[in-house]
Design a protein around this ligand. Structure first.
Ligand code: NAX
Length: 326
């Protein structure tokens, strides 16, 4: 048997976790011959419901599933873990401003950042709970885990953008590469169609409709999550769970030559982004949980204004939580 992997999932009784845990436990992502130890974190009020999820996991009889532990204490849930998937946070209720949500959820990530000090030295932390970029900023600022072990999820945005370009071009899913979504997992993100490729050709050379690309495409990707809520009646949980698995895969496999993937990581000043800000960038990995930012990607003046707008938004979010940063 391969080396066991310990995976903490927060918000484990929530909708995304319900679409995620079974896929992890089945061996789909870490391998059928790799024992998986699940460490499930919830708030006390959800511990009872979590027991039902545990029962269902047990009833699947998945061979790789070596153990399940539940807890409402982050220190316990994160003890010795190799992956920490921070999904749990409070959703935005009607009428709540984004800055209110940041203030409500921020303290969760102060405590969880500290508790991550108990994780394994090779831990990779993926923050999903919204506002995920700024929650990630808070967690990494409150942790002794090196900042390069943290990322916030832009992968759902990447998958949405790649799928829409493929459909518009009449090409199969999977034909789009080099899709970066710059900045924030928010309505100001910039899904970069200028550098995306469809079967190896630049997307604007295949789709040849700049108005559609700049207007409909960008707007639809920014609003896709809200559209799913309106139409389905609840938020995108299956596609979000799928994106988490894609994220794990992207950091665990060597990135194919000439391609890149999207995740928000701590800036070192690339593309004029303030050092320390958690920003969606084009990344490559050697497959050991590491990443490097792909530099030198060309950007039109119009694209640069999109990047500047989302950068300003993230600076504002950082200001709202500055008392939670160290
Ligand atoms: P749910 O409301 O179904 O589940 C959230 C769970 O988190 C609940 O069970 C709750 O009890 C738990 N929770 C709250 N505070 C916690 C804490 N301090 N420790 C542990 N658990 C805690 O939401 P769900 O649909 O699962 O979404 C989870 C988060 O993902 C939300 O913040 C949502 O906005 C965010 N999303 C992020 C996406 C991304 O691309 N980054 C896309 C999908 C999703 O919208």
């Amino acid at each position: 048997m391969a080396e066991p992997v310990r995976v903490a999932v927060t918000g484990a009784a929530g909708q995304i976790a319900y679409n995620l845990l079974f896929r992890i436990a089945s061996g789909e992502i870490f391998g059928k011959d790799r024992p998986v130890h699940l460490r499930l974190l919830e708030i006390p009020a959800a511990m009872h419901a979590l027991q039902g999820v545990v029962m269902e996991l047990e009833d699947c009889n998945f061979s790789p599933l070596a153990s399940i532990e539940t807890s409402d204490q982050p220190e316990r849930a994160f003890d010795g873990v190799n992956w920490a998937l921070l999904v749990g946070s409070r959703p935005r209720s009607p009428g709540m401003e984004r800055s209110d949500l940041i203030r409500i959820n921020g303290p969760i990530f102060v405590g969880q950042g500290k508790a991550l000090n108990r994780a394994a030295p090779d831990v990779r932390v993926a923050v999903v709970g919204n506002p995920c970029n700024t929650n990630c900023l808070i967690a990494l600022n409150n942790s002794d885990v090196p900042p390069e072990r943290f990322s916030a999820m832009m992968r759902l945005d990447q998958n949405r953008a790649a799928s829409l370009l493929a459909r518009r071009a009449g090409q199969p899913m999977g034909s789009v590469t080099n899709m970066v979504v710059w900045g924030n997992h928010s309505n100001n993100q910039y899904p970069d169609f200028e550098n995306a490729r469809i079967n190896g050709k630049l997307a604007p050379d295949v789709i040849r409709d700049e108005t559609w690309l700049r207007e409909q495409f960008v707007t639809e990707i920014r609003q896709r999550g809200a559209m799913v809520i309106t139409i389905r009646g609840s938020s995108s949980s299956a596609s979000a769970a799928n994106a988490i698995l894609c994220d794990i895969h992207a950091f665990s496999q060597s990135t194919p030559t000439n391609d890149w993937f999207s995740a928000a990581v701590c800036s070192n000043g690339e593309y004029g982004v303030d050092p320390g800000l958690v920003f969606g960038f084009p990344l490559r990995s050697s497959g050991q949980g590491d990443w490097s930012i792909v530099e030198g990607i060309p950007m039109s003046p119009w694209a640069q204004t999109q990047l500047n707008k989302v950068l300003d938004e993230l600076r504002h979010e950082r200001d709202v939580v500055k008392d939670l940063l160290r």
